[in-house]
Design a protein around this ligand. Structure first.
Ligand SMILES: *[C@@H]1O[C@H](CO)[C@@H](O)[C@H](O)[C@H]1NC(C)=O
Ligand SMILES: *[C@@H]1O[C@H](CO)[C@@H](O)[C@H](O)[C@H]1NC(C)=O
Ligand SMILES: *[C@@H]1O[C@H](CO)[C@@H](O)[C@H](O)[C@H]1NC(C)=O
Ligand SMILES: *[C@@H]1O[C@H](CO)[C@@H](O)[C@H](O)[C@H]1NC(C)=O
Length: 207
């Protein structure tokens, strides 16, 4: 007799929801995108698209930094990311595009205070950290401990997560209030990501 697919789905769902969470201890670090506002004023260097259209005139220092890091935020809030061509070595900056949100390694949107990067494992999976559950984020939001692997961290070792916090100020604020360098993480405990809605974004970007 064939198994009823509905019952099979139901029972595997129940298993997922009731399985004992398995926790691992991971190292915690944080990362952010480069912000033009954190650097000296300047407009001597043009960031261009692959076809040579000027997106913005910025300082040479910021241009080098954004080319290295991959994405950044201009003083006026516009977000620039590497595009699908390569900058030529040296002082070429014709490899960018404007995007609506900072992007991760798979061109997916990075969500501040939710996205984490790992050494290449568990992409797309949610993960729950009991230590982070209850943290108050710099934008006033109360964290529920639920994270998602949205990015790759080539520099991360095993059992290491890099938490995306948007800018350096947020990083400094969080490490001051929550000075921990390790936390527990479970990839099999059900958790629901906080709703990354307009209200949340407004608080983050306009505060
Ligand atoms: C950047 O500078 C160039 C040359 O000075 C100017 O023609 C262009 O309008 C500027 N573009 C932007 C987006 O500011
Ligand atoms: C945005 O930049 C990241 C590097 O930070 C790169 O991996 C990604 O491919 C870029 N996105 C697009 C759409 O090219
Ligand atoms: C990434 O981390 C996982 C989990 O700790 C580990 O099993 C794996 O070997 C690591 N992979 C690399 C490429 O370091
Ligand atoms: C960093 O982002 C926070 C919101 O998350 C904002 O309040 C703060 O002004 C930003 N800091 C800088 C230097 O842009």
């Amino acid at each position: 007799m064939r198994a009823n697919p509905f019952l099979w789905i139901l029972s595997s769902l129940v298993c997922t929801l009731t399985a004992t969470p398995v926790y691992e201890v991971v190292r915690l670090t944080m990362y952010w995108v480069v912000h033009e506002s954190s650097m000296k004023l300047g407009s001597d260097t043009a960031l261009k698209t692959c076809r040579g259209q000027i997106l913005a005139n910025v300082s040479h220092q910021f241009a080098l930094k954004i080319r290295l890091e991959g994405s950044g935020v201009l003083r006026n809030g516009r977000i620039i990311n590497l595009s699908n061509c390569k900058c030529k070595p040296g002082t070429d900056f014709s490899c960018f595009q404007e995007v609506r949100e900072p992007l991760g390694s798979f061109d997916n949107i990075l969500i501040p205070f939710i996205s984490i990067a790992t050494n290449g494992t568990n992409f797309g999976k949610t993960a729950y950290s009991p230590e982070m559950d209850g943290w108050i984020m710099p934008n006033g939001l109360r964290h529920n401990g639920c994270l998602r692997v949205d990015d790759d961290c080539p520099a991360c070792s095993n059992n290491h997560i890099d938490f995306f916090v948007w800018n350096e100020t947020n990083y400094l604020d969080l490490v001051r209030r929550y000075p921990i360098s390790r936390l527990h993480l479970s990839y099999n405990r059900y958790c629901q990501l906080l709703n990354w809605n307009n209200e949340f974004k407004k608080k983050l970007l306009l505060s």
